[in-house]
Design a binder for this molecule. Structure first.
Ligand SMILES: Nc1ncnc2c1ncn2[C@@H]1O[C@H](COP(=O)(O)OP(=O)(O)O)[C@@H](O)[C@H]1O
Ligand SMILES: [Mg+2]
Length: 203
């Protein structure tokens, strides 16, 4: 569970978008798990890297939640016999089973966030990339997200997230990197805990 922190405009979102080929470097190379992203198609990167941007509504456009998840599975060319098992697993993990046939955009804010996450997780990426996943979440939805990410971690999934929420980082990240002046620096977890004490929750 890697957290990336840094000032506004330091390039955190830009960095995340390079991990799944949404953006490609104008110079230099970006390699993810040994794959040069400039030589990989967005479709092949999407199989390994699940990216969730800041607005969950951008991920929800089908009539039912089930169809959202099927859309991802079709895109990733997952064999159809696997679909129902994958969808069951995802909805259960995110506690969304009762919304399987609901209209996703009618869900509450916290549920929409989980529905958007579901549309990524159903692809079973090896790395989950989240841009400010705690933004706008109340305490309850935040701890819910933390518990989901904890379960995924136990199952071997890596999460890379950008967040300004130092408390969330201190409580849940296993590694923290700070992006500043174009360079990533390792930040000891103890230093993040200190920042929470000094500055409060938000950066
Ligand atoms: N390495 C870079 N070189 C040039 N411009 C960059 C670089 N990283 C970010 N930018 C530009 O800086 C602006 C802010 O970047 P962004 O990734 O949105 O920052 P953050 O998410 O940290 O607030 C964007 O316009 C982006 O294109
Ligand atoms: Mg950003």
């Amino acid at each position: 569970m890697v957290a990336i922190i840094g000032h506004n405009g330091s390039g955190k979102s830009t960095l995340l978008k390079q991990l799944n080929g949404l953006l490609r470097p104008a110079e230099g190379t970006v390699a993810v798990m040994g794959k040069n992203i400039s030589e990989s198609t967005t479709a092949s990167l999407a199989r390994d890297i699940g990216y969730l941007g800041q607005n969950p509504n951008n991920y929800l456009f089908e009539d039912t939640l089930e169809r959202e998840l099927q859309f991802t599975l079709r895109n990733l060319q997952v064999p159809e016999p696997e679909w129902s098992g994958r969808i069951d697993w995802t909805l259960k993990m995110l506690d969304l089973e009762r919304y399987r046939y609901s209209f996703p955009r009618d869900l509450s804010c916290g549920e929409r966030e989980r529905a958007a996450l579901a549309s990524i997780l159903v692809g079973r990426p090896r790395i989950l990339v989240l841009d400010e996943p705690t933004r706008g979440l109340d305490h309850w939805n935040k701890s819910r997200l933390a518990s989901i990410l904890g379960t995924l971690r136990e199952q071997g999934m890596t999460t890379v997230m950008v967040t300004h929420d130092y408390r969330f980082v201190a409580e849940h990240a296993t590694r923290v990197l700070s992006l500043n002046d174009g360079a990533l620096r390792e930040v000891p977890l103890a230093a993040v805990m200190e920042m929470v004490k000094v500055c409060g929750t938000e950066a």
